[in-house]
Design a protein around this ligand. Structure first.
Ligand code: SF4
Ligand code: SF4
Length: 436
């Protein structure tokens, strides 16, 4: 069976981002393949440890992906600071078509477009994807899932780092659909009064509203912080309030633009211009379309702005308005040249951690075999880009771990979902609940 079909059947999606269905990526043809092992979000420790622990499996997965997309060369991109992972990969590489690329420790080195430039010195055009410059990029865990799918093992578990205000930060594998509360309890966090939990990294992650929500195929981290922590306060600010504050406080210093990774790649993302718009004529959407060039990395908002206001949120606000009106951004060129200052404007992760007030939590989170099977999981039918999966089980049905429970709707972009524990189906709504 070909890899496109195998990945589709086994529900493989991009494990590190929006959950783009991997079978669609695999159906493309590309010159190069890049393994994204950058893991640039502070405090997360998944990819660097998976590369070390599963180097032969990941290399095997890369070979199969290269064969499928027709790539002549693969680059394994890892930060130079992860020496053990690099040594392990170099020990296992047995093919001259594969090279390890050492990345500097800056944020957001793992942004797909930044990564492609770091590795290939090619700029992905505005609104484009890496395929536009001949390459396919996949996250480390995605490739591990592809490797597993080659033995018909579907995606039922995810790796994540649990860190922050916890006694022992840890990285572990858990069944998808496990509640955040169960995951935290399992790692010794039993009292959640006075804390909030971020799903993902501190920069792009979102605060989890309900700890009974499940972890998904794309959950990479749970960061526990005091509810008074600056990051929690900044992330809790309602969009409308952020917009109102932005209107009165922006100094037009341009720091947000000068450090914006997409601007530095030569794109036309200029957050200070969006701030000017929100100040003077916020309902006028003329020239607001550049908001679509924002990848929401949050660097402008959580690092660059000297008065702590919210250019990223302003972009998000405008994206919403523009989408409502059906207005799109249409690039007026296809070739982009990075700004000459780019090399001096990379934000070191260490400095970012300091600015975010996270030094005290910047600790190792070892990958441990702490797998557990919860009594109950709630498997979301939508945890990927595209249409929600359609349930193919009925109430009361008994399922085994790995059984197909949600199918891709006909002719739609989507991903299958599989049972992550064995048990009885007890509810079907936007989730399939399984009780052991
Ligand atoms: S960095 Fe802050 S103050 Fe300066 S232009 Fe951007 S939003 Fe305005
Ligand atoms: S969040 Fe800010 S820094 Fe990041 S791409 Fe958007 S405008 Fe640029």
């Amino acid at each position: 069976m070909d890899l496109v079909r195998i990945a589709r059947e086994n529900g493989v999606v991009g494990a590190g981002g929006a959950g783009f269905p991997t079978h669609v990526k695999l159906a493309a043809k590309a010159e190069y393949f890049i393994l994204n092992g950058a893991e640039c979000e502070p405090l997360l420790r998944v990819d660097q440890q998976l590369i070390k622990a599963y180097a032969p499996e990941i290399i095997s997965g890369i070979k199969k992906v290269m064969e499928t997309v027709g790539a002549a060369k693969a680059f394994i991109a890892i930060k130079g600071k992860h020496k053990e992972a690099i040594d392990r990969v170099n020990e296992c590489i047995d093919d001259s078509c594969m090279t390890v690329v050492l990345l500097e420790d800056f944020y957001p080195a793992g942004d797909e477009q930044v990564l492609v430039y770091e590795v290939l010195k090619r700029v992905v055009p505005e609104m484009g994807i890496p395929l536009k410059v001949g390459c396919v990029v996949m996250n480390t865990e995605t490739v591990l899932n592809i490797y597993n799918s080659m033995s018909q093992v579907p995606v039922t578990d995810t790796y994540l780092t649990i860190t922050g205000k916890v006694s022992k930060p840890v990285t572990l594998k858990l069944p998808i659909g496990t509640s955040v509360r169960d995951a935290l309890n399992h790692c010794g966090v039993t009292d959640t009064r006075g804390v909030k939990v971020i799903d993902g990294g501190p920069m792009m992650g979102k605060i989890i509203g309900d700890l009974d929500d499940p972890i998904t195929k794309t959950t990479k981290g749970l960061i526990v912080l005091d509810e008074e922590h600056m990051l929690i306060k900044r992330k809790s600010m309602p969009l409308e309030r952020a917009r109102r504050i932005a209107r009165v406080a922006c100094e037009q210093c341009r720091m947000c633009t000068d450090l914006c990774p997409r601007y530095l790649l030569g794109h036309n993302m200029q957050p200070h211009k969006m701030m000017r718009k929100v100040v003077h004529k916020y309902q006028n959407l003329e020239e607001a379309e550049i908001a679509f060039l924002c990848c929401e990395c949050n660097l402008c908002e959580l690092y660059a702005c000297p008065v702590n206001i919210t250019p990223k949120s302003v972009n998000v606000f405008y994206k919403g308005l523009l989408l409502e009106k059906g207005i799109k951004y249409i690039p007026d060129k296809t070739e982009f040249i990075p700004r000459p200052t780019r090399d001096y404007r990379k934000v070191p992760v260490k400095r970012l951690i300091q600015k975010l007030g996270l030094n005290v939590y910047d600790k190792a989170a070892p990958l441990l075999d702490l797998y557990f099977t919860p009594d109950r999981i709630r498997m979301p039918l939508k945890q990927h880009t595209g249409a929600p999966a359609i349930p193919v089980v009925s109430l009361g049905q008994l399922v085994n771990k790995g059984d197909l429970i949600g199918e891709i709707p006909e002719n739609a972009l989507g991903a299958r979902v599989h049972a992550s524990i064995s048990g009885k189906v007890t509810a079907i709504d936007q989730f399939i609940t399984i009780q052991s």
